[in-house]
Design a binder for this molecule. Structure first.
Ligand SMILES: Cc1ncc(COP(=O)(O)O)c(C=O)c1O
Length: 372
């Protein structure tokens, strides 16, 4: 039998592959429990991770309770029923769908399946951070294109395409800026993108967008372009804790993604809750209405305080400050309000705040007035 005393062991610090050395672990919004533990505050509100402030749909809660007794069983790895429901909801076939442990999982599957170390991946500076993480994970070259007015500059992104470009990520709307590219911009972009480049439109906040010039991207998928849409149950459907997201793509791409997908990447309870949430159109409507009202309330308060903000299409607002976002976020934290400093996205003098319930928004505004 091998014992530790058989030879002298030298503790060797293993180096990860070079591209991983530059990765900073993803920093999510602080969990409520952590703030409770660290600051001893109990009455905490979290406006830091763009969750649905109204909570989960009551129908989803019921579905969760109904399935709780079955969690000793593996889920359906192919998520037959959820995919069928989603296919009907979207007017496509189930072969166009892949499910993920959150849409982040799908973003990572895309990179793992398609991006090799010699490839280039294009995304915008100030775009959702996961594109950078998965590019590094695959040891590929990131081509980071500046934004214009806090918005993806699709012309500049087209100009950045080379023979080595494999994937282009576009967050629409983008987190943390809240801005979107329009249907016309997208159409012009798709005219220019070579057919062998994979375009990924990350539409995590799709259901919140109400503008009529928001691009409907499903036709690119149905036309058989190398195009993947990612969406999620984490935002308007209120199921962030259950981690269910999905990708919509031509069946040949889905088949490839399924080769790298973990066998049971979506939980049994998550699948059931997502099916129920999808059916709960009343909850979605209520969430949209609440978001519109909250946005108007916050815009008015920010205008009144003389703050500049970037107009948002999502359920969060980027607020520009005269001082470091981390300072304001720390001050708010002391008052039990968790918001997100976004220096890591290239906006050191800004915070991102999730649009909450009316009560939460009022408390945030009161605290902000007291902070400055
Ligand atoms: C633009 C964008 N894409 C994707 C995600 C990932 O969401 P999830 O993995 O919960 O589906 C987020 C979450 O904040 C996001 O803001």
């Amino acid at each position: 039998m091998y014992t530790l005393t058989q030879r002298k062991i030298k503790v060797v610090m293993l180096k990860p592959k070079p591209s991983i050395e530059t990765i900073q672990p993803y920093q999510g919004g602080k969990p409520i429990e952590e703030v409770q533990r660290e600051l001893g505050i109990t009455d905490i509100i979290k406006l830091a991770s763009n969750e649905n402030s109204l909570g989960p749909s009551p129908l989803a809660l019921q579905a969760i309770a109904e399935r709780a007794g079955q969690v000793h069983l593996y889920p359906d790895g192919n998520a037959f029923y959820l995919k069928n429901d989603l296919a009907a909801h979207l007017g496509i076939s189930a072969e166009h769908l892949i499910l993920g442990n959150g849409s982040n999982d799908v973003l990572q599957l895309i990179a793992e399946a398609y991006v090799a170390p010699d490839d280039e991946v294009i995304y915008a500076a100030g775009a959702f951070v996961v594109y950078s993480l998965v590019t590094k994970l695959c040891s590929a070259t990131a081509v980071v294109v500046p934004m214009q007015h806090d918005t993806h500059d699709l012309s500049a992104m087209t100009a950045a395409i080379t023979d080595k470009t494999k994937v282009i990520f576009v967050a629409n709307p983008n987190n943390p800026t809240g801005t979107m590219v329009t249907a016309d911009e997208t159409a012009a972009f798709m005219e220019q993108v070579p057919d062998d480049v994979l375009v990924v439109f990350d539409e995590a906040y799709y259901e919140y967008v109400l503008r009529s010039d928001y691009p409907q991207t499903l036709p690119y998928v149905l036309a058989g372009r190398n195009f993947i849409i990612t969406r999620t149950f984490s935002k308007i459907y209120g199921l962030a804790g259950l981690r269910i997201g999905y990708g919509i793509a031509p069946p040949a791409l889905i088949e490839t993604l399924n080769r790298v997908r973990q066998p049971f990447n979506c939980s049994l309870v998550g699948q059931a809750a997502a099916r129920a949430a999808l059916k709960d159109t009343a909850h979605v409507k209520k969430s949209q209405t609440s978001n519109i009202a909250g946005k108007a309330f916050l815009y008015e308060a920010f205008d009144d305080m003389g703050f500049r903000y970037t107009e948002t299409e999502g359920n969060f607002i980027m607020l520009h400050l005269a001082q470091l976002g981390t300072d304001i976020a720390d001050g708010l934290l002391q008052k039990g309000i968790i918001v997100r400093p976004i220096g890591g996205y290239g906006y050191p003098n800004a915070i991102r705040v999730t649009i909450g319930t009316q009560q939460e928004n009022e408390r945030f505004v009161r605290a902000l007035r007291g902070n400055l």
